[in-house]
Design a protein around this ligand. Structure first.
Ligand code: NAX
Length: 325
């Protein structure tokens, strides 16, 4: 039996990630083959013509699950009664721009989007922030949406998680499905901490299969720098893999998973991460709610890496709190 349709908003609809993502969502890959979808696509005014072209292609796919599609440059229209918000759109980092400048520009975007979600979205909306700096943008949107529960906001670490799984599986010579319990802690930035400390490969401790030297000097930098490595090779940033990660993140959020995945959410103080900071944790998901996996041993090496990411996020938060006033 078909379910009633759900409304999904995707921002940055004319961008590269969206060009992959929109079609996968409309085909039913994200929410299932029994879930009809209404899509609201948001862009800046100057990209609306391009977005119209994307919409025409989408219509030409004749996806049976797609009940309607609308394009707009008004967040209040895009977010009206939506059940899922995929916040992909953000201003890119221009030449010579500092991270703080990017934060400042995107704080304005996510302030507006947070307020529009607060007023317009379904009260149970699930929000995923992809646009960078993703963790802090999620923090801003959350703060600007006081009528929504902070637990309704997340930032995407799933691409980093998948990169770490892939690199470990390749090193050990197994299929990715043999790898469990990878955790990517912290910020979606070059200071993230991809950890194999609790990872299993075919049920065996990953740490017994690889050298610590490889972990510290090859694996961690390779995961942290994977985005830059792809830009170098492709001339553009990751797009199809990012879309794939969005689909996996939202599917798990909607349908649940007992497997450990990495998700950036507001800290509840677990693992001594300051409450409220949007930090990536190991989570499982049930009934649409994230639970941070408790009780993992954190050794000295892990703690020092987790702290680097924490400090970066605290700095970003402090810049933003000043801007939000
Ligand atoms: P593109 O520059 O191709 O597309 C972004 C689109 O967003 C553009 O079409 C732009 O017009 C639109 N946009 C800008 N401001 C907007 C606003 N206020 N409202 C609506 N739309 C707006 O970038 P793309 O490669 O698609 O990447 C999108 C974002 O994802 C970037 O911020 C990127 O850094 C980030 N990423 C995050 C990842 C993650 O794992 N969290 C990985 C992939 C990606 O790098």
């Amino acid at each position: 039996m078909m379910k009633p349709p759900v409304r999904v908003a995707i921002t940055g609809g004319a961008g590269q990630i969206a060009y992959s993502l929109i079609f996968r969502v409309a085909s039913g890959e994200m929410l299932g083959q029994d879930q009809p979808i209404i899509l609201n696509l948001l862009e800046v005014p100057q990209a609306l013509t391009t977005l119209k072209g994307v919409m025409m292609e989408l219509q030409d796919c004749a996806y049976p699950l797609l009940q309607d599609v609308a394009i707009t440059d008004d967040p209040n229209v895009a977010f009206a009664e939506i059940d899922y918000a995929l916040l992909v759109g953000a201003a890119p980092r221009g030449p010579g721009m500092e991270r703080a400048d990017l934060l400042k520009i995107n704080s304005e975007v996510f302030k507006i989007h947070g307020k529009a979600l607060n007023e317009q979205a379904n009260r149970k909306v699930k929000v995923l922030v992809v646009g960078n700096p993703a963790n802090t943008n999620a923090f801003i949107a959350m703060k600007c949406a006081p009528k929504l529960d902070p637990k309704q906001f997340s930032a995407m670490m799933r691409l980093d998680h998948a990169r770490a799984v892939n690199l470990l599986a390749a090193k050990v010579g197994v299929n990715v499905s043999a790898v469990e319990n990878i955790v990517v802690w912290g910020n979606h930035s070059a200071n993230q901490y991809p950890s194999i400390a609790h990872a299993l490969v075919n049920g065996k401790a990953a740490s017994s299969l690889v050298e610590q030297n490889w972990v510290e000097n090859e694996f961690i930098p390779a995961v942290q720098q994977r985005g830059a490595t792809i830009i170098k090779a492709r001339g553009k940033s990751s797009a199809a893999s990012a879309a794939s990660a969005v689909v996996a993140h939202m599917r798990d959020w909607a349908m649940g998973t007992e497997k450990l995945v990495s998700v950036a959410i507001a800290s509840d103080g677990s693992y001594d991460i300051p409450p409220g900071l949007v930090y990536s944790f190991p989570v499982t998901i049930k009934n649409g709610e994230f639970s941070i996996v408790q009780g993992l041993d954190i050794d000295k090496f892990s703690r020092s890496r987790m702290l680097v990411s924490q400090k970066e996020l605290e700095q970003e938060r402090d810049i933003i709190l000043d801007l939000l006033g």
